[in-house]
Design a protein around this ligand. Structure first.
Ligand code: CTP
Length: 396
């Protein structure tokens, strides 16, 4: 794959030699185009050494243009990635400017474009930047991240560039043919999956039998439909598809917190996780000894992630899962209404069906409609569910 890597002028540019190496390890050829301000943060020499190709930065460099013009560069790229993407480059892309080599190539390419924003968290939250993010996402530009955490400016918040490894994984997974028939092109899908673990003491916890297989299959299906997929996963024994961003969590509270860090960028939220409804009130600091003949553990409710997302103002299209042992239809419709969901996928669990198996049968309900999918592999069911979600999401 030919990756044209645009580097704009933010402090996260110091991570780009690492990003180039990660991309090349995945077999990509990397051609770098820097903006003039990027040169303040990372040297051409370092980038040339790791990419093995001369760096381009000037639209008016006659010699370089004669060797490979900006139009040829735009055609050469299978994917155009801008990392880090500053507020400035996002604004220029949103306005359609062609004021330098990188923005000109962005206008001239037919390749999918992905950007990895990186900036101070207050800048990222600024309505002007968010408007530009929306504009770019609507045009089909993949927005990778940003991540949350401590920032170069000493503050903490959302605005860190995604880890180079994650960016490389996503870029490798991008469809080379911008996904003309992909139902979820330019959509971001946030998925919770797997069980949660609620600690009792340092060696014990409360959990359930969820394997995460359904959620991971949904993640793969959404990615195949061209979506950028973020998976927030409890402890499972399976690996996520390449290109999916995974955030590993343990407890319901961690799953809730991580969901709310990423929900603003999501167009669709699919809650497949089997979240523990209760957790121990107190976690013992040391292993609990068996002294008495009986003991009890006081439990308290965990936050309901799905309900909290469905209650967000202008939140994403929200899909819940209901695992029931009886009265499937009645309970599922009750949850659809009570949790104010756009859709609910219900399945029977118990002896011989549901948890920790490779197949399943589901019934899907939404306001004024329903569809049943007979027993099939979770992979095939996930494809059908994702297709249905994409269709309903496009209508509502
Ligand atoms: N869910 C969630 N957060 C929780 C509990 C559940 O996001 N703390 C989500 C699950 O991921 C699933 C849906 O809610 O998509 C259904 O969960 P369930 O626990 O079955 O629903 P309840 O309304 O709690 O019903 P009940 O416990 O009575 O079955």
């Amino acid at each position: 794959m030919n990756v044209l890597l645009g580097i704009s002028g933010g402090i996260a540019a110091y991570k780009t030699p690492e990003l180039v190496r990660r991309l090349r390890e995945r077999g990509a050829e990397v051609q770098i185009v820097m903006t003039s301000s990027a040169e303040e943060f990372v040297t051409e020499t370092a980038l040339q050494a790791v990419s093995g190709r001369p760096i381009r930065s000037n639209l008016w460099d006659k010699e370089a243009e004669a060797a490979m013009s900006h139009i040829e560069l735009a055609r050469w790229a299978d994917v155009l990635l801008i990392a880090p993407a500053t507020a400035e480059i996002m604004a220029r892309l949103a306005s359609g400017a062609a004021s330098d080599l990188l923005t000109t190539i962005c206008l001239a390419t037919r390749a999918p474009i992905a950007i990895a924003p990186a900036m101070n968290h207050v800048m990222w939250a600024n309505p002007a930047v968010q408007k530009n993010r929306e504009t770019l996402a609507e045009r089909g530009i993949h927005i990778l991240g940003p991540d949350s955490g401590s920032q170069a400016c000493g503050e903490t918040g959302e605005g860190r560039m995604l880890d180079p490894d994650e960016i490389a994984a996503i870029v490798s997974g991008l469809q080379v043919d911008a996904g003309a028939t992909a139902l979820l092109a330019c959509k971001t899908v946030l998925i919770t999956a797997g069980p949660t673990r609620e600690p009792i003491d340092p060696v014990r916890f409360i959990t359930n039998r969820s394997s995460g297989k359904m959620g991971y299959a949904i993640a793969a299906a959404a990615q195949q439909q061209g979506a950028q997929v973020v998976l927030i996963s409890g402890p499972v024994a399976i690996t996520a598809p390449r290109g999916v961003i995974v955030h590993e969590v343990q407890t319901a509270q961690e799953m809730y917190d991580t969901t709310h860090v990423h929900i603003r960028n999501a167009d669709i939220f699919i809650a497949t996780a089997a979240v523990a409804d209760y957790r121990p009130v107190a976690v013992a600091a040391h292993k609990i000894k068996k002294n008495e003949q009986s003991m009890s553990i006081e439990l308290v409710r965990t936050p309901d992630i799905l309900t909290s997302v469905a209650a967000l103002e202008s939140g994403p299209f929200t899909v819940g899962f209901a695992a029931e042992t009886e009265n499937l239809r009645e309970y599922a419709l009750g949850k659809l209404r009570r949790k104010n969901l756009d859709m609910i996928v219900a399945n029977l669990v118990g002896a011989g069906c549901g948890f920790d198996r490779d197949d399943n049968a589901v019934e899907v309900f939404w306001q004024g409609g329903e569809q049943a999918f007979a027993t099939d592999s979770k992979v095939e069911l996930a494809r059908r569910i994702v297709k249905l979600v994409a269709e309903r999401c496009a209508i509502t």
